[in-house]
Design a protein around this ligand. Structure first.
Ligand SMILES: NC(=O)c1cnc(OC2CCCC2)nc1N
Length: 326
């Protein structure tokens, strides 16, 4: 194909492949069969081979990077990645609620989210293009895992708007991918991963992006590090905005007017947890208003405007009971 036609066709293929990728991995609602996606991808790869200068960093063909790295570079987070304080029962949550109301008054709303049991990561975009991804590390310095995060199909390589932002999220391994991976390792006589969280951590720490790509990781985005700069007033508005940009956000979130509604959500998901296709280890409760978050501030490690309600580790107890009884 001659150059002008190739430029046009490559652009068409990119649009199509990014759209199909979004439908499949973010909406979980593919509109074309895998065979059609693969055929178009092969055509794009062939055209980019023919005209290498036409390859761009956001091309869908660039998700699984080149050679393995020797080591991960360090990354300084522009805003620290805080960690959550824990609540273990309703009393702890009521204490949290009381402290919040003492500071900001009674007109407070919370956002409840499922606490995905994976790895916290930060992803930076410039003018809408994915430029860098990093682990939380110690909250100030993390490791550059950009190449591995690019292999996560639900991570957009280019946003629906040319914005510059830093999003935070949880990279995780779906239960099905975890079972499949451990089955493979069992057959190879390799050591098994204890749980999906460890498997996700081990996969993101792979220096070879091809191995990371083979682990079928996924990512839920749950926050914006520079929301105020973007003129967004609340956490729920930030999540809606992230979704509009093309990120995968968790659909099970709920805005709660008080702690009774929060407890309802907590109890509901303690029951429904086994039905989820990914592991959660609790519920995250956040003050919705950014102005009130600002007022509450943070300790050196954790925000005062959020808390994690941890589910009791029932599966371990169940297993112990099984062993005892059977
Ligand atoms: N594992 C999760 O699903 C999760 C973790 N953290 C947060 O928010 C923290 C981040 C910094 C302050 C609030 N939200 C989440 N959904």
């Amino acid at each position: 194909m001659e150059r002008q036609a190739a430029i046009k066709r490559i652009e068409e293929l990119r649009e199509l492949l990014n759209q199909y990728n979004y439908e499949y991995y973010v909406l979980d609602r593919p509109s074309v069969p895998d065979s059609e996606y693969d055929r178009l991808m092969q055509e794009l790869i062939a055209l980019e081979e023919q005209y290498p200068d036409l390859k761009t960093k956001d091309s869908p063909s660039q998700r699984v990077g080149g050679q393995a790295l020797d080591a991960f570079q360090k990354v300084e987070h522009r805003t620290p990645m805080l960690s959550l304080a824990n609540a273990f029962n309703e009393g702890d949550l009521r204490d949290f609620d009381r402290r919040v109301r003492q500071e900001v008054g009674d007109d407070v709303a919370y956002v409840c989210e499922l606490k995905i049991d994976g790895l916290a990561v930060s992803v930076r975009y410039e003018d809408g293009y994915f430029v860098q991804g990093a682990t939380r590390g110690d909250g100030v310095t993390g490791e550059d895992i950009t190449e591995n995060l690019k292999t996560i199909r639900s991570l957009p390589l280019r946003l629906n708007e040319p914005v510059t932002l830093e999003a935070r999220g949880e990279a995780y391994m779906p239960k099905a991918s975890f079972e499949r991976l451990n089955e493979q390792r069992r057959q190879r006589g390799e050591e098994l991963f204890a749980n999906p969280r460890n498997a996700a951590a081990g996969s993101l720490r792979q220096l070879d992006p091809k191995i990371a790509a083979s682990r079928h990781l996924d990512l839920f985005v749950y926050g914006l590090a520079n929301a105020e700069e973007l003129g967004i007033a609340s956490h729920s508005a930030a999540l809606d905005y992230l979704q509009q940009l093309g990120f995968k956000t968790n659909p099970e979130r709920r805005r709660c007017a008080n702690m009774d509604e929060v407890m309802q959500f907590v109890n509901e998901w303690q029951e429904k947890r086994p039905q989820l296709p990914y592991e959660i280890d609790g519920i995250v409760i956040k003050v919705d208003s950014f102005a009130q978050q600002e007022q509450l501030g943070a300790t050196a490690k954790s925000p005062r405007w959020a808390i994690a309600y941890k589910f009791p580790a029932e599966e371990v107890v169940t297993k112990l009971i099984d062993i005892e009884l059977n």
